[in-house]
Design a protein around this ligand. Structure first.
Ligand SMILES: N[C@@H](CCC(=O)N[C@@H](CS)C(=O)NCC(=O)O)C(=O)O
Length: 337
């Protein structure tokens, strides 16, 4: 073999070996693992305030804990963590993985101890504050109702898209796909690629990369995506039927009756996501009981403080794009609208 070719091949092999070494070192520094739910007293993280919240403006679960903190008027130090749809994969950065090796937001710190999973966080805050009863009914029967509906509004597991029938929270990610696809169009592919290398939950990174390559309109016509959105839509319809019945039997205005509870916090953020994804027309506006409930939710100051105050420009642009596609009759035929 000529010397020049040998030189080029060995140079190439050396480059590959260096890249592999850099990648393996970086992976070792970005340790990820699923974390148990709830308060972790054995973990202590640097903090300056009694309460610290690592959160993202757009994330559904971040909205839930922000609304809860606003309802209880708990002061907290907020640390915004970007997710790929809002700009970059800050949730898989070395710094954030020290806070949550699970690579997800929100994370609530109480005196430096992390609490993982948003439904655990809202219950934990309610236990710690003096005026717990504000969102947690004193009556055990009503409290049980609250627990049941808090669960129904929760996002459970790493792959909620696979089980939208389980909870209304799990039916949300599938209905968020059009917003995600619109938002990632603005993000450079290289940044999304980082997720393929380092994200703990690989299927999420693969999904985002696929949406980036396909673009919004094409994404929605892909068979698996069409199936996920339709299945999530069907599941959400059933969850909302259930909610409607509950509001009728509790006589409202809230899920468990006259008291606004943690269950309504969980449901508020789901309705807000339906607003962002332009699903309200189809799922809520034609149902007077749900429409009245949504109206009541929007009137709470915590809705302004925990949801609207964090409106992300990329999300508003995505909503406008979805509305525009429908108005221009360019919405894919297979997706309900
Ligand atoms: N079940 C968890 C869900 C956590 C979760 O999946 N968070 C999303 C935002 S709502 C996230 O961090 N996504 C970023 C990613 O997976 O890259 C909770 O309720 O806190």
């Amino acid at each position: 073999m000529p010397d020049a070719i040998v030189f080029v091949l060995s140079g190439g092999a050396l480059c590959l070996a260096v890249l592999l070494a850099v990648y393996l070192r970086e992976r070792a520094l970005r340790k990820t693992q699923a974390m148990p739910a709830g308060l972790q007293t054995h973990i202590s993280l640097p903090h300056q305030a009694e309460w610290t919240l690592y959160h993202n403006p757009f994330s559904l679960c971040s909205k839930k804990i922000r609304v809860c903190l606003a309802e209880y008027e708990v002061d907290y130090q907020g640390v915004i963590i970007d997710l790929i749809e809002t700009g970059k994969y800050q949730n898989i950065s070395r710094d954030f993985l020290r806070v949550n090796p699970g690579a997800t937001v929100p994370v609530l710190l109480h005196n430096g101890h992390p609490v993982y999973e948003s439904h655990e966080q809202v219950s934990y805050v309610a236990e710690q504050v003096d005026a717990s009863w504000l969102l947690v009914p004193k009556d055990p029967v009503v409290r049980e109702c609250m627990r049941e509906w808090l669960h129904k509004s929760s996002l459970i597991g790493d792959d909620p898209i696979a089980a939208p029938e389980a909870t209304a929270g799990n039916a949300v990610p599938g209905l968020t796909i059009p917003i995600f696809a619109s938002m990632v169009a603005k993000i450079p592919a290289l940044k999304i690629f980082e997720g393929l290398l380092f994200h703990r939950i690989k299927q999420r990174a693969v999904f985002f990369f696929m949406m980036k390559l396909a673009g919004l309109s094409k994404t929605m016509t892909l068979r698996p995506v069409d199936r996920i959105i339709n299945r999530s839509h069907q599941a959400m319809t059933a969850h909302l039927d259930d909610l409607e019945q509950q509001l009728i039997s509790s006589r409202g205005p809230w899920i468990c009756g006259t008291q606004f509870t943690l269950a309504d916090v969980g449901m508020m953020v789901i309705f807000d996501r339906l607003r962002e994804g332009d699903w309200l027309q189809l799922l809520v506006h034609n149902r007077p009981v749900l429409e009245a409930y949504w109206f009541a939710l929007r009137r709470r100051p915590s809705y302004q403080q925990g949801c609207l105050a964090f409106e992300h420009p990329h999300v508003s642009a995505a909503t406008a794009e979805l509305v525009g596609l429908k108005q221009a009759q360019r919405w894919p035929a297979g997706i309900p609208h």
